[in-house]
Write a new protein. Structure first.
Length: 702
């Protein structure tokens, strides 16, 4: 934030002149030409989608019951048995967070269908759910209708169950499934086509690797056309620039700025994140992010769902930057959202509602340095998305000032452009009056469908001014508001150093931290004040709570930590610096060639110092993989008491979704193994890279 000089005489004259611009009374100025849109503009379906701002994703399928993120495709439909499925409870949780639409994973990569498709046996119709008479998609569509949410579909193009996947016959099957989903469940607002495609799978029993060239194989333009024919208002989340693009990460972070336009030269995650200013295609970003580490529910993530404060940050980093937020909810094996997640969603939703409940600019006097007849400054305050303020022909850098009547305290500024006229503003600043002068408090690029900027700290001022610093066409601004955001506290931060000391610190004044190591619920008796606590060797911090000043303890988190690594050492590794894998620092990566000097897959062998029973391991993907290095896609494990580990591979598996989601991967063995030495090998990388990068490896020992 930079301070700008006191207002000049020229500013004062401009302000005075602008104050005279009353609604309906134009200043003498040359006849205004009709405003023409600048550059690419949204279609009707995209405009409707922009106005929804934030929606729910729901990941629920057979994976919920197998504790996986990606199913292989050979799962028995008999496993799918949500005994207490409650579509209304799920939709209510979404509503509590102000989410306006809901997209269900009708079919994830494993191919299991949540609706009774006529084209496969791999569906709810062969599950115990309602004795095969249930239809999860239908029940959710109904609940959405009852509660006023729009409804959307996720249909995975990749199907690891279908025998014909990779051949033309599968495309016919895929279109048949789309037809069922788009004709049975009423209006659909979005169809989400996931980018993950091709790999190994069950494929009707073939159990093999199938690679496809996605763009020609699916013939996306014809599939998108098909969607639009059946559901003209459905936006597609697609890889070819039709309606909605991926924001480039699964962390809930849009670029700053995040332009709604893109060029037509192909997609990269970096471009998806920032968009392309002046690009010829209107292809806005959708930010899909989960309330938990994974997309599906896992018991071990209970207690780790995103806090309301974190959700609020995501709101500013996505909706506040003109991207659509697609926030994932993960029903558990009952078929409900856990109380913890519901609580976090509701607190987050209430915080956003409370923030907007008091519009501190209501009743303000709006004046502009330039205004076009019929589009006065006051239009930024009327709450109508179709009415806007704009400046006289050729005036690209006007200012608009709000006189709030008295000093008001705020820390949020909200602006919006009139999208049918395109993205016109390149750069803008917001100033407040302070000590008789103007002080700049915001300087950003791009406004778009919505710019909600949170200041570092609240400010108090009577006048607040929007300064258009650079624009490619006269700005068309529909909204300018100021608000005060509620303060939400983060739960305690948990860190653990090399010596195994766990430190819990709370931001909450007057609160102490309670924790237990035996799995019992924290109580006042277990309260400790912030300090390092030694973690017993092999022990697990099970539950963490905040000891409130009132004496009550509320459980806010559950974590389990792997065993201490201070006794570990690297026995051998395919490349130097493998100590980085066990240095407890997520920011130091081990980078190794996929194939070592002897032509063997990349591997590392660790000496744990003593024999330990292991039930799985945790891998933290590389922090900043260098050029040409990627994430591992598959793993094998050997465990024993002889460092040579000559026996057969005891466990093997894949790292699901690792390329898109950098959260720690938890891999659970089919049974516990005991030994002092463990070798983990990595036979392939996620995107065919010839080197891999890994930040950290831990073990699960209980
Ligand atoms: C990814 C998938 O592979 C994940 O499982 C999840 O569905 C996410 C939304 O998209 O590409």
């Amino acid at each position: 934030m930079t301070a700008s000089p006191r207002p000049s005489r020229r500013d004062a004259i401009a302000l005075a002149a602008a104050t005279l611009t009353l609604p309906g009374r134009a200043l003498a100025e040359p006849a205004a030409r009709a405003l023409k849109p600048y550059g690419a503009t949204p279609s009707a379906r995209q405009l409707a989608w922009h106005r929804m701002e934030q929606n729910a994703f729901v990941h629920f399928t057979i994976n919920t019951f197998t504790d996986r993120e990606w199913g292989y495709g050979d799962e028995d439909p008999a496993i799918f048995n949500p005994r207490d499925f409650d579509a209304d409870q799920i939709v209510s949780a979404a509503r509590a967070a102000n989410l306006r639409g809901l997209i269900i994973t009708a079919k994830h990569h494993d191919g299991f269908c949540l609706w009774p498709s006529a084209f496969t046996e791999h569906s709810v119709k062969n599950s115990p759910y309602k004795n095969g008479k249930g239809d999860i998609v239908g029940e959710l569509a109904e609940a959405c209708r009852r509660q006023g949410l729009k409804f959307g579909i996720y249909l995975s193009p990749w199907d690891r169950n279908h025998p014909d996947y990779g051949r033309p016959a599968y495309i016919t099957f895929f279109r048949n499934q789309l037809r069922e989903l788009l004709t049975r469940y009423g209006p659909i607002y979005e169809v989400f086509f996931d980018g993950a495609n091709g790999g190994d799978g069950y494929y009707g029993g073939a159990r093999e690797m199938r690679k496809i060239d996605a763009v020609p194989y699916y013939d996306w333009p014809s599939i998108i056309d098909f969607v639009h024919q059946l559901q003209p208002m459905a936006c597609t989340f697609d890889p070819v620039g039709a309606d909605l693009r991926w924001v480039g990460n699964e962390e809930g972070e849009a670029g700053d700025p995040c332009w709604a336009t893109m060029d037509d030269k192909g997609f990269t995650p970096e471009k998806g994140n920032a968009g392309v200013r002046g690009g010829s295609v209107w292809w806005p970003a959708e930010a899909d992010v989960s309330t938990r580490y994974g997309w599906f529910w896992h018991a071990y993530e209970d207690g780790q769902s995103r806090s309301p404060a974190n959700l609020m940050k995501i709101y500013f980093d996505t909706v506040g930057r003109s991207a659509g937020l697609l926030l994932n909810l993960a029903p558990d094996t009952r078929g409900r959202i856990t109380d913890e997640d519901v609580g976090n969603l509701a607190t987050f939703g209430k915080a956003v509602r409370d923030m907007y409940a008091t519009d501190l600019a209501r009743g303000a006097a709006a004046s502009a340095s330039s205004a076009r007849p019929g589009h006065p400054a006051a239009h930024v305050l009327d709450g109508k998305p179709d009415s806007f303020w704009t400046s006289a022909d050729g005036t690209m850098t006007p200012m608009l000032t709000l006189d709030l009547g008295a000093a008001k305290t705020f820390d949020v500024v909200r602006l919006a452009e009139h999208l049918p006229l395109g993205l016109r503003v390149d750069r803008f600043a917001v100033d407040i009056t302070q000590a008789g002068g103007w002080r700049e408090v915001v300087a950003k690029q791009g406004i778009g469908s919505q710019r909600v900027v949170r200041l570092d700290a609240p400010v108090s001022a009577r006048h607040v001014r929007l300064r258009i610093v650079a624009a490619t066409a006269e700005p068309a601004i529909t909204e300018f508001g100021v608000y005060l955001a509620p303060v939400l506290l983060e739960p305690p931060h948990i860190t653990r150093d090399r010596e195994g000391l766990v430190t819990l610190t709370s931001d909450a004044p007057g609160q102490a931290i309670a924790y237990t190591i035996d799995g019992s619920t924290p109580s006042a008796a277990s309260a400790r004040y912030t300090a390092p606590f030694p973690l017993p060797d092999g022990g697990t911090v099970q539950a963490i709570g905040i000891h409130l000043a009132s004496g009550a303890v509320s459980t806010v988190g559950r974590r389990d930590f792997d065993i201490r690594k201070s006794d570990w050492r690297i026995v051998r590794a395919s490349a130097p610096q493998a100590e980085r894998l066990i240095d407890e620092l997520n920011r130091t990566d081990w980078v190794a060639p996929l194939v070592d000097m002897d032509g063997k897959p990349c591997s590392v062998t660790i000496d744990l110092g003593r024999s330990v029973t292991m039930r799985g391991f945790v891998l933290k993907p590389g922090w900043h993989a260098p050029q040409g290095a990627g994430d591992p896609a598959a793993w094998t494990v050997r465990i024993g008491d002889d460092p040579v580990l000559a026996g057969p591979v005891q466990e093997a598996g894949e790292f699901s979704n690792i390329a898109a989601n950098q959260a720690p991967q938890r891999l659970i063995f089919s049974r516990p193994h005991r030994g002092r030495y463990i070798e983990i090998a990595f036979p392939r990388t996620a995107n065919g890279e010839t080197r891999l990068a890994i930040a950290e490896i831990g073990l699960l020992t209980r």
